[in-house]
Design a protein around this ligand. Structure first.
Ligand SMILES: *Cc1c(COP(=O)(O)O)cnc(C)c1O
Length: 392
């Protein structure tokens, strides 16, 4: 919450929400409160409401206020939409799922979910008694058919998806979830709040791996939840403290610093991705380019409706199958071979053998000839040159 009228322009929100100059010193940037506990003025006499940093920390609070305002500026200013920062994206997901679900409940998940999210369902929460059904989220009827009224507590959406860049219609899926008494959760990691604000389209909770575009500099692991309904938000905040997977002060500070430049970074990520896509589409060794900005992409019209631009993630299929795709990854120089995405530097990877290896043999297995790139902020001519040489 902040004392200013609600800013709604993301550029302004990112720089100022939750970031009043420090009351004591006037420091323009929220200080890193690297502290575990706080002196009390007599038993229960808290200064500023802080007693212990798992429960509350001023640096984390600054980030949380900023995250809430990025996803829902008006709701955050009113104090109804809350942000919560976690030690990782998966920690945020685990806290969310064990808050809103109990053993025996059911969740609908994307049939091309982020590999770590799928593993959380398949290997961890499955054992805990949470049932899940993978569904093709681009097919609203298929999602409606996968929902079990009374048992389904969550419809889990990623859009665009990783690594196939499919686009799901958030507003339509919110209706499906709500009709069954479930909540709609959107993992907004790939788009970032600059390109897409799911809460304003009907979603109940947004999940982020702030490790990616929000942090933006490949120097921190973090996660976030933003919830719009005050009662649900309060339950999540309770569990954030009760389960304890909070973001530390320095990590919170790094994500907040990254978020300040989200808008300008995303504009350049998108522009560079568009140029790279144009070259890949014409390349004889490329069988197919997956990018929501392409007219021929299945989800293009939904993307136009719900996104500001189409993002910096591009996947493509290489002629010659798995060996050829692996070879492209190995030959790239400027694109660093590595997992993760959303940093200033470009990355390349083979999802089948790397990020999505844990989905092998499951319905979520990805094509073996697929290469995924996270298009960074290097000069676009250098990026294109590297891909062309890697394709041989
Ligand atoms: C990276 C990622 C996650 C997991 O986040 P961590 O910070 O690595 O725990 C979840 N969803 C998506 C889409 C991701 O890219």
């Amino acid at each position: 919450m902040n004392e200013h009228p609600a800013w709604t322009h993301l550029e302004t929100v990112a720089l100022h929400a939750g970031q009043e100059p420090d009351a004591l010193t006037g420091a323009v940037v929220p200080p890193i409160y690297q502290v575990s506990t706080y002196a009390q003025d007599g038993v229960g006499g808290l200064r500023g409401g802080y007693e212990y940093s798992r429960s509350g920390n001023p640096t984390r609070d600054a980030l949380q206020a900023c995250l809430a305002a990025l996803e829902d500026p008006v709701g955050a200013a009113a104090g109804t939409t809350l942000g919560m920062a976690f030690a990782s994206g998966l920690a945020a997901e685990d806290t969310l799922l064990r808050t809103v679900c109990a053993p025996g409940d059911h969740v609908v998940i994307p049939d091309d979910a982020y590999g770590g999210t799928f593993r959380l369902f398949a290997k961890v929460l499955g054992r805990w008694g949470l049932d899940y059904t993978p569904a093709r989220l681009t097919d609203v009827e298929a999602v409606a058919a996968a929902v079990v009224p009374g048992r389904t507590k969550v419809v889990w959406v990623e859009t665009p998806t990783n690594p196939l860049l499919r686009v799901a219609d958030i507003a339509a899926l919110a209706d499906v979830a709500h009709a069954a008494g479930a909540i709609l959760v959107v993992d907004n990691t790939f788009a970032s709040p600059y390109l897409q604000q799911p809460l304003l389209l009907g979603a109940d909770v947004v999940v982020h791996s702030t490790t990616k575009y929000l942090g933006g500099h490949s120097d921190v692991i973090g996660g976030a939840l933003v919830a719009r309904d005050p009662e649900l938000a309060a339950q999540l905040a309770y569990h954030q403290n009760a389960m304890g997977a909070v973001a530390g002060p320095f990590d919170s500070w790094l994500v907040l610093r990254g978020a300040k430049t989200l808008a300008v970074r995303m504009d350049r990520h998108c522009a560079n991705a568009r140029s790279v896509v144009d070259v890949l589409r014409e390349h004889p060794k490329v069988v197919e380019v997956l990018y929501p900005g392409l007219e021929g992409h299945d989800g293009h019209h939904v993307a136009v409706k719900q996104m500001r631009d189409f993002g910096g993630m591009v996947s493509f299929r290489v002629a010659g199958g798995e060996a050829a795709a692996v070879e492209v990854c190995n030959r790239a120089r400027l694109f660093t071979l590595g997992e993760s995405l959303g940093g200033v530097e470009s990355l390349i990877e083979h999802p089948g053998r790397m990020t999505h290896a844990s989905a092998a043999g499951s319905p979520l297995e990805v094509p073996a000839d697929l290469v995924r790139i996270s298009v960074g902020l290097e000069h676009v001519d250098d990026l294109v040159g590297d891909l062309v040489q890697a394709l041989g």
